[in-house]
Design a protein around this ligand. Structure first.
Ligand code: SAH
Ligand code: TMP
Ligand code: ZN
Length: 410
């Protein structure tokens, strides 16, 4: 296997075992045909790109049954409102600006440009979520972005002032075609701004659940710098984000077009201190994952032996890695509650734990809830006062495996 970015041979440093499609919530009749792949990861010693060895075909993950609707989190709606405001204020300087977002999903960010009557286009291959965006008044085309797509866009709309993406760049294995596409698409003074889960946070906080089929890459400033420099572009700014348990926003411009912020250099230094370029760092990460897995399973076995009930809270894509890597079964978790209608009544990928409506959780509180959506914990803790007041406890695994009781959360 060669690195997808620099073509250097890479070797995996760990396997998470057989994994299903993370968002592949399924009905009982599809159990026998469920797709699995071996989830192995590597970090390139030359360019630093952290990547999956194998990724399932894109149509298996992104299609008309895509289960992730961005709008299910209020916190993310606020985040994307702020992101859109920042772009409007600081990056749209021309008279009649044009903005393109890839992976625009249900239009959670693009609707702010649509409402402000700014020329915009969302590129969203998963037809069901794209349809939702169209209903929200967002100009959307349902296809995969690549260099060909960029050429087609400029024929129809002209070049763009800003290229945006959130939690999508790290999903796409054909990065060379994407960066070529960005070059084709952008005006000479245009910028690309995107954010994705950050490798530094995954390593530091042991959030290994950021590794799943869709995330073919976990970016760092140094790997993104390497990639874009091959195309005459450079990272001019970086901004750490709290979203998804730790993300990084990158601002990219043609080389020399903009001043480079001191934050870029500082973050590169931090990455060196973290040892993101060293194989030992990943060896330690593997041990940390194994320890976290053993502790979580041990804790759940203990709780079940005591006769207590555990319900999973939020059927996130990330939970697919936790559940299948740790060997969590329907014996451990009675069901997972989730607010997304398309997931309800189905079963979780791989382990086949029933997914039920949120109301099922409220109806009969369990003693323990396993918090799969820790990235939304502020929103959830505010909402679940009653559960905690009635003695309900949280099982969490980030940054370490532990039980949180009401007093602690206060
Ligand atoms: N930006 C949203 C959605 C992230 S989920 C948010 O942060 O909440 C990733 C999205 O990217 C999915 O909706 C998926 O269909 C889309 N996607 C995957 N590959 C893509 C590609 N090559 N071009 C454009 N969108 C893509
Ligand atoms: P994410 O972590 O990938 O953003 O996925 C969030 C999932 O969590 C999505 O399926 C909706 C679900 N969810 C709930 O069920 N309840 C909640 O309160 C929140 C914030 C999310
Ligand atoms: Zn490489």
């Amino acid at each position: 296997m060669n690195c997808r970015v620099c073509k250097t041979p890479i070797e995996s440093f760990m396997s998470f075992g057989k994994m299903p499609i993370a968002n592949g919530f399924l009905s009982r009749e599809h159990f026998a045909r469920e797709y699995f792949f071996e989830m192995k990861v590597a970090s390139c010693t030359k360019c630093g790109m952290f990547q999956l060895i194998e990724q399932p075909d894109r149509e298996k993950m992104f299609n008309e049954n895509y289960a992730f609707f961005s709008g299910t989190s209020k916190g993310m709606a606020v985040h994307f409102g702020e992101f859109a405001e920042h772009v409007k204020k600081d990056f749209l300087v021309s008279a009649d600006p044009f903005v393109v977002e890839i992976g625009s999903n249900d239009g959670i960010m693009m609707k702010h440009f649509a409402n402000a009557k700014i020329r915009h286009l969302g590129i969203e291959p998963s037809a069901n979520v794209a349809q939702k965006a169209k209903e929200n008044g967002v100009n959307t085309v349902s296809r995969f972005f690549d260099a060909q797509c960029a050429s087609d866009i400029i024929k129809e709309y002209g070049q763009a002032d800003a290229f945006l993406g959130a939690n999508v760049m790290c999903h796409i294995p054909y990065m060379h075609s994407i960066v070529e596409g960005i070059k084709i698409l952008l005006k000479p003074n245009g910028v690309a701004i995107f954010e994705d889960p950050y490798l530094g946070d995954v390593i530091e906080q042991i959030t290994y659940d950021q590794i799943y089929d869709e995330h073919v890459f976990l970016f760092s400033v140094s790997s993104i710098k390497y990639l874009f420099e091959q195309y005459g572009m450079e990272v001019v700014d970086v901004e750490p984000q709290e979203t998804h348990g730790g993300s990084m926003r990158y601002v990219i411009a043609p080389k020399g077009a903009q001043k480079i912020s001191a934050k870029v250099h500082q973050q590169l230094e931090k990455e060196k201190m973290l040892g993101l370029h060293k194989p030992e760092t990943y060896e330690q990460f593997r041990k940390n994952c194994e320890r976290s897995r053993d502790e979580l399973l041990g804790l759940m076995n203990k709780i079940r032996k005591q006769g207590n009930r555990i319900v999973g809270y939020a059927a996130t894509s990330k939970s697919t890695t936790i559940i299948n890597y740790c060997g969590i079964t329907p014996e451990h978790i009675e069901f997972i509650c989730d607010t997304t209608p398309i997931k309800q009544g189905k079963f979780s990928p791989g382990a086949h734990i029933p997914v039920k409506a949120y109301e099922e959780f409220v109806k009969d509180y369990p003693e323990y809830a396993l918090l799969f959506a820790y990235n939304h914990s502020k929103e959830i803790m505010a909402k679940e006062q009653k559960f905690m007041q009635s003695g309900g406890k949280w099982i969490v695994y980030v940054p370490k495996v532990q039980v949180l009781e009401y007093d602690f959360v206060q």
